[in-house]
Structures are given as C-alpha cells and as structure tokens.
Design a protein around this ligand. Structure first.
Ligand code: ZN
Length: 195
C-alpha cells in the first residue's frame, strides 16, 4: 500500500511517537515516498505521523523545490532546545488542507538529530527553516498548528475544522477508513518493529 497523507482529525496526528531505533530498507523507502508526497502536495515539510507512521522522523525542504536538493533534509529523533525570540507568521498543514492561520514560534532554535545514515545533525537555525522544524517536531508530539492559535483565530476556523471532523466520521462509517481499534493496532505493530 502506498503511503497517503492523512487528514485532521485522524488519531495518528495526535500520537506522540517514540524515538526511532532502527533504520532499515523499508524505512528508507517510506522516507523516499514521504519526500515525493511532500513535493506532490507542494509542502515544505512532512512528518511521519502525517502518513500514518508512528516514528519520530520528518522530511523538509524549505525551498519546496525538488530540484534544490541541498535544501532537502531528513530529521530523525529531532530535539529542539534553546528556543529564543518570537515571530508570528502564517502557517498551513498538509493534514488540514485549505486552512491557514498566524502562529507564533521561536525565531531561533537549536536542533539536534540524525539523518538517514546515522550522521548527527546539530546547529542553530533561524528564519523559515526554524519555523518548519518547530511545526514538524510538534507533529511528532501529536500537536498541530491549530493548537497554537489564540481564541479569536481558533473561532475563525472552527466551522472549517468541523467539516474535516464530519468527513472523517463519514469515512469511518462507510468503512473507507479502518475502525479506531484497527488503527491503534497497526500503529502498535509498526512501533514495535523500529522503536
Ligand atoms: Zn503540518
């Protein structure tokens, strides 16, 4: 089954993933598929949760352009520290397509993690990449950008979120999606393989 981007309020988007301990051929092929999906949907980042995988891993390319390979990165087990400064900017999410809202994030962060070959990634990051890393790392903790909105902004998008909730409910009812228990079992199986 090819990976697919799941939409709010799918429960895997609320799952806090455990650190990844094993990188195998199948995981590498998941990462390649995630990059393809990210570009296909014109995103700049995609977390494993968003393709229904319970792993602490995300892909990013702040340029959003597959031709700019230098900007492409895979972050495994990312840890953010020393967040400083605050900046507000508009964000969207491939798991909540069509909704955009301003989110306040740290302007500068330190990041530590690993790439697919086990090489350590470490350094200070600012600007748009810092925002992307914070948004994607939130995903790995089961957090969405809509959780970070003020009450007025949250109220503004409430009706649109309800549309997503109704669509999800109807996919459960028609069997287009497996039931919640089957989803949880699948996550557990995948988790046991590599964490
Ligand atoms: Zn997102």
């Amino acid at each position: 089954m090819p990976l697919q981007i799941i939409h709010y309020p799918h429960p895997t988007l609320r799952y806090c993933s455990k650190p990844l301990r094993r990188v195998d051929a199948e995981l590498r092929s998941y990462v390649a598929e995630m990059l393809d999906l990210m570009y296909e949907h014109e995103g700049v980042g995609l977390a494993a949760n968003q393709v229904d995988l319970p792993y602490r891993l995300f892909v990013a390319n702040p340029e959003g352009d597959p031709a700019i390979k230098d900007a492409e990165a895979v972050f495994i087990n990312p840890v953010i520290s020393k967040g400083r400064g605050l900046e507000e900017d508009e964000e969207g999410c491939l798991s909540i397509p069509g909704i955009r809202a301003p989110v306040t994030r740290n302007a500068t962060i330190n990041i530590q993690g690993y790439d697919l070959n086990g090489n350590e990634i470490t350094g200070e990051v600012n600007g748009f990449l810092a925002r992307v890393i914070q948004h994607e790392t939130d995903h790995l903790d089961g957090k969405l950008f809509i959780d970070r909105l003020g009450p007025a902004q949250a109220a503004e998008i409430r009706a649109e979120l309800e549309e997503f909730e109704l669509a999800f409910q109807s996919k459960l009812e028609t069997g287009e999606l497996p039931n919640l228990e089957m989803m949880a079992d699948r996550r557990q199986r995948l988790e046991q393989l590599r964490t």
